[in-house]
Every structure is written in C-alpha cells, then in structure tokens.
Design a protein around this ligand. Structure first.
Ligand code: MOS
Length: 705
C-alpha cells in the first residue's frame, strides 16, 4: 500500500468481529475474582493516607507530626522534609514534596503510613500544618486581564485558526446568531477510585495501578523517580472506569512510590477517597464560548466562529481544544476559532471523555438551533444544508463522513417529522414537552507504537500479549474477537494477556484509539505469524511453537483524508410548568463510526456516553468557592451523576459504515463520540418545550422560573 495508489487498501475478512458478545471478563467481575489495583494480594501491606493543603496558595511554615507518630500502628509520616528528591521537575504536578510551596487547595503535602488504612486516616487527622497564605485567584472570568493564548492546545491542536473575515461576513449576513454559552466544571468520577500499590525491591519498583495505560505510567513515573524504565513494572488487569482521569498518572502515584521508599521492602497501598479525587486526578475545565454564526435567509452559513475562554491551573498548563469541532463541522467560507486561558490557583485540569469535542459541541450546536429558528428552518435541514464537501479548514476530503445519513436515520427513527416547530406548543399533565437535536463528532485518533505478540502453541492455542487496558470498555473481549478473526480460529483458542508492562508496548486507552492502535497491531502480528509459518516451517507448526510480533502500521492515508466519526443526537425533554423540574424521558442517537467490533459492548459505549451527556446536561457541576479555591460539592451527595431514575429510554443505532482508510480494522473509535452533542440536544429540546433558551449548563429548574 502506498499513499500514491488510487485504490483503497483491502480490508480483512470478518467472522467474530461485529458479533454481539458478552464480555469475557464478566463472570470474574460479578463473582469478585477480577482483581483491581487495591485488591492485589501483596505480603504485609502498609496503608497510606494523604495529607492535603487547606489553603489555595502560599507556603507551609510547619508540620507537627508528633501526635500522629505516637499513634499505634503508625510507621512514618511522609512530608517535603523527608521525601526522596525527584530526578525531574519537568512536570510540576508530579514533582511533589520538593518544597514548602502550596499551589492549590487539595495539593498533596505528604501522607501517613500505617498498619491499617483506618490508623493512617486517623493519624492524618492529628497532623497540624500551619501556613503562610498568599493571594490567590480562583474565579473564571472572560474579562480577566491575564488571559493568554497557549502555544498549542491539548493533543497538539493549533490555538487559533482563521479563514476569511468573520466580522465582515456578519455585517452582511441576513441572519446572525451572536451569543455566549458556558459549560460547567466536571469531574470524571469513575466508579473505581484511583488506587496504587507500590513495592520497591532489588528489581526496582512495581506498581499495581488503576490506569488507562501501564506503559504510560512507566514512561512518566520512571524519569520523575530517576529510574531506568526497565526498572519500573506496572500491572493493571482490571480497571473500574477512567474517562480520562486515569489516562496519565497523577501525583498520588508518585506519593505511593515515595511512601514505599520510606518503608523499604514493604508494599504500600493507597486508594484515594472520592473527596480527594476532586483535587488530585484532573477535571474538565469550565468553558465560556462566544459563538457567532452568519447565514443567508436560506440558512447557508457564511461565517462560523467560536472564541473560547477556559481555565488552566497556574501550576501546570492544560489547554482544552474546545474550538476543535467547530473547525470541521459545517461549510462556511469565513471561519475563526480562538482559545484563551485564565491561569487560576486551582487543581490541574486534564482529560475528560472527549476533551474539546464534548464542551465544544455545546455552544455551536445550541447556536445552530437558534439559527434554525431565525431562518424558519428545521434544525435537521439546517445542518444538511451546511454539509461540507471536504474538511472546510484543511481542504482534504473526509475518509468517510456520514453525518447526513445519521441525521436522516435519526429523524426517521425518532419521529421528527411529526414535530410542530413552535416552542411551548405541547403540554401533558402539567409538563411542557419538547424535542431537540444536535450533531455529534469525534476524530479518529492514532498514536504510534503499539505492538502485539502472538505465539502459536502446539496445543492449538494462541497466546496474545499486548500492554493494552480494559477500563470497562470491553478490551478483553474485543481484542480476542479481532485475534480470532485474523487467525481464523474460534475465540476459545485465544489466550489474551493485557495490562502489564512486561507485555509489548501499547498506547493509552484514550482518544477512543484502542481498537485503531491495538487492534491494528494485532492484525499485523497475525499476518507476520502466518508468513513466518509458511516461510520458515512450510506451514507446519513445530513442537516448540512459533511467535511473531506486529506493530501499528503507519497510515499513508492520514495525510490525504480528514478522519472523523459523526452522529446525530435526539432528545425529548419535559419541563414542569409550575416547578421547572426537568427530565429527559427519551434520548436517541445514530452514529457512523466505522466498523463496530462488538455490537453489545459497542452499544454499551454509546449508551454510557449518551448517559454521561445527559448527566452533563442536567446535573453535573463542580462548584468552586473562589474564596477558598475549593470544589464545595466534592462528593456524591452533592455532585449528582445521572442514576437509573434520571434516565428514560436511551436508544442507540449506528449505520453500517465502511471506511477502508482509517486502519486495517476499519474502526473509528466509539468511547467518546456518544457524549458529544447530547447536552446541546437536551438544551435545544428544553427550549422547544418552554420557549426559554438556556445557554449555561447545567439545564436546571431555576432557569425556567
Ligand atoms: Mo479519553 S478523555 O481520551 O482518556
């Protein structure tokens, strides 16, 4: 295959791929035998309870550990005075306990190591820390005078883009939408808290860690601790969710390693509490989006722009790519996206399910609804009318783009044609009822380096090893399906091994790239295994077996095509006429995401994404108290996540999309697509129900009163 060839590469034959299969690790999980990080059996473990700063900025002036050390079962108190010196301070989030400086409330200042977690926690409460506070700023404002443009955004996206002249185009546009939209701060909150077990031995450091990527933990942690990466082993067979918060190791992993070094030889276990997670493992930055659309009277866009203000920690920069989806969604000759960061004395933001695309599909997709009304057009039709022929910013064709098919299929399945577009036109038993929709998109991501090894054994079985992660997505099952297909054997003959740095390198379970990166490496390994058998063994398996390795191949098509998945989200919303109470009895999504490897676990991914989008629309909101730089609602009693009673019917469909350019598996990635656009569909439906336009998430009852 070369980039110059004009014919698309051939796709593999499929049998197990696409099947609706229950997850292979399901029985182990429901019977409790699947081991998560904290449960790993290690000899004579000690327990670590962190100490956290209670001021937003300043210095520690003293730490009195006397009462804690006097407690039975306490072995040591770790602070900046006795912590090991790190070998690299390049990542300020990870270079903890190196000075007395406090950069945000909740920052790690040390920890208590004891024979039980209860003893450690109690002793931690006896430690007296005094501070010299300094001025801090913790309020996000679009008019702050210290906003700055980052050099680039997360994942390497450019900070600003500009084509034509949006200002000029708006002057001559027949219809204009010019509004501000805001998304809240959100915390990832996977079900399994972040947990690490650290053990030092003559071989180096072993970490049982709840992570989206064992090799990423090794790559990041080793240089901080001054270790050769070969001396760090990370093991993580089962993970109870991450949503991005486990995509990079956070400071608690270093804390566990430092604590274990103080009590050399004994394993140290650390599981963060839910409240600690609100300061230590990242969050999605709140955004303020100034969206402007200009169109002619028929709704054809002449201009589209999104100027974003969002926060970063002053301590370590994170720049969410909120404007990214505006760059590819709709045709408009005049275009502009900008990102400005407000540096605040807050914890470090990080990845959360669809960084950029998730918040960035709120403002513009609500604005499109407003434009449809201004043009007297159906919002589905408005989007179809602005479908670009090529990626409007790069000019490259799309490898496949089936947004229009998703919109039409979704409208049909949802019963959209029966909709009376007049707001506030439907009432049922005291409830105002409305429907709304929005588009969805997520890029096809790939990161280089994933490698898989397959060993054909004389007992007829195949051992497959790759350091991939299953964070609840179904990797154990889907990789087994891919292996079975490419080896053309039943799934029972595949022995899958993942989640360990002693297996070949795998990229992180992030950016919805798992099947692209790991799956394609597997396809290559299988091809190499077959070639090796034929070439060296005349097709006959020798008694000692045969092993072959495969890497994610470079994709020559990536320079020629824009690669994105698309979808259409539809919502029914009810708002109570008297109380303003909001509920969503019905969501329906149709997606075009290339080949779906397992229709059962794939459906679950979309279902989960849409539910998380519903939760973002109605409930989730991390409330910062700027006086203290503190998330006030830092627990599940007050940070509400949609539960069964909040979720009505959620229907998931996809169209059969064949994309020969994305990768040998034909998949585009589905972990993040489902959350994009959901909140806009809900807000648009709420407007249709009530006539009240909510531009600030979450869509709560006070906004209708
Ligand atoms: Mo996902 S937020 O790319 O780990």
């Amino acid at each position: 295959m070369t980039a110059q060839s004009t014919t698309a590469p051939e796709r593999m034959d499929v049998h197990a791929i696409g099947a609706s299969l229950s997850r292979l690790d399901g029985p182990a999980k429901v019977t409790g035998s699947a081991r998560y990080a904290f449960e790993q059996p290690v000899p004579e473990p000690l327990y670590l309870h962190p100490l956290q700063a209670t001021i937003a900025a300043g210095r520690v002036t003293s730490i009195d550990t006397g009462a804690a050390m006097a407690e039975t079962g306490v072995l040591a108190v770790l602070t900046h005075l006795n912590a090991l010196r790190v070998a690299s301070t390049d990542d300020p989030e990870l270079a903890i306990l190196q000075s007395d400086r406090v950069a945000f409330r909740g920052q790690l200042l040390g920890g208590v190591i004891a024979e039980s977690s209860e003893a450690a926690r109690h002793a931690a409460s006896l430690i007296d820390i005094t501070y010299q506070p300094s001025h801090h700023q913790a309020e996000l404002r679009a008019d702050s005078d210290d906003l700055y443009a980052p050099e680039q955004l997360n994942a390497g996206f450019p900070t600003d883009t500009c084509q034509g002249d949006v200002d000029q185009a708006l002057v001559s546009a027949a219809r204009v939408v010019d509004q501000h939209y805001t998304t809240a701060m959100y915390h990832n909150n996977p079900m399994e808290p972040h947990a690490t077990v650290a053990i030092w031995s003559d071989d180096g450091l072993t970490l049982y860690d709840s992570t989206q990527g064992v090799h990423q933990v090794r790559q990041v942690v080793a240089p901080v601790l001054g270790l050769d990466p070969d001396r760090v082993r990370v093991i993580s067979p089962h993970v109870g969710g991450g949503f991005g918060s486990k995509g990079v190791p956070h400071a608690h992993v270093i804390l566990a390693a430092m604590a274990a070094q103080l009590v050399a030889g004994r394993p140290v276990k650390l599981a963060l509490t839910r409240q600690q997670m609100f300061a230590l493992v990242g969050y999605r930055t709140p955004t303020i989006q100034h969206v402007r659309l200009g169109a002619d009277a028929d709704g054809r866009l002449s201009a589209i722009s999104n100027d974003v203000v969002e926060l970063t920690s002053r301590w370590k920069e994170f720049a969410e790519q909120t404007g990214a989806p505006t760059r590819i969604m709709y045709a408009a000759p005049n275009r502009r996206t900008t990102h400005r960061l407000a540096p605040l004395d807050l914890p470090v933001p990080s990845w959360m399910r669809a960084p950029g695309e998730c918040p960035g599909m709120f403002g513009p997709e609500v604005a499109m609804d407003e434009l449809a009304i201004a043009c007297g057009l159906d919002p589905v039709e408005l989007r179809i009318r602005n479908e670009p022929e090529v990626d409007p910013e790069s000019g490259r064709p799309f490898s496949s783009r089936n947004l229009v098919a998703c919109l039409r299929e979704g409208a049909h399945r949802f019963g959209w044609e029966k909709r009376d577009p007049t707001p506030r036109s439907r009432r049922q038993e005291g409830w105002l009822v409305g429907t709304g929709m929005a588009s969805s998109t997520y890029p096809v991501n790939r990161m280089p380096g994933s490698t898989a090894t397959i060993r054909a054994r004389s007992d007829g079985r195949f051992s497959v090893t790759i350091g991939a992660a299953d964070i609840g997505t179904g990797t154990w099952t889907t990789l087994t399906q891919i292996a079975a297909d490419v080896l053309e054997v039943p799934m029972e003959r595949i022995e899958m091994h993942i989640g360990d740095t002693s297996f070949p390198f795998a990229t992180v379970a992030g950016g919805s790239s798992g099947m692209t990166c790991w799956g394609s490496a597997l396809v290559e390994a299988a091809g190499n295994l077959r070639a090796c058998l034929d070439r060296d063994h005349a097709g006959v398996l020798p008694a000692e077996g045969v092993e072959a390795t495969g890497h994610l191949p470079d994709n020559p098509w990536k320079e020629h095509y824009a690669m994105h998945a698309f979808g259409a989200q539809f919502a029914e919303v009810r708002v109570h006429e008297d109380t303003g109470e909001v509920c969503v009895p019905r969501l329906l999504g149709v997606f075009a995401a290339g080949r779906i490897i397992n229709s059962k676990t794939g459906r679950s991914q979309f279902l989960g994404g849409m539910t998380m989008g519903l939760s973002m629309a109605l409930h989730e909101n991390s409330v910062v108290d700027p006086r203290y730089g503190h998330v006030a609602n830092h627990d599940f009693a007050e940070y509400h996540i949609a539960t069964n009673a909040d979720v009505g019917s959620v229907e998931v469909h996809w169209i059969d999309e064949v994309d020969p350019y994305v990768n040998p598996v034909g998949s585009k990635g589905i972990g993040e697509l489902g959350i994009c656009g959901t909140a806009a569909a809900v807000a648009n439906a709420a407007h249709h129900a009530t006539g009240v336009r909510v531009r600030e998430l979450p869509v709560t009852l006070d906004k209708f009163l």
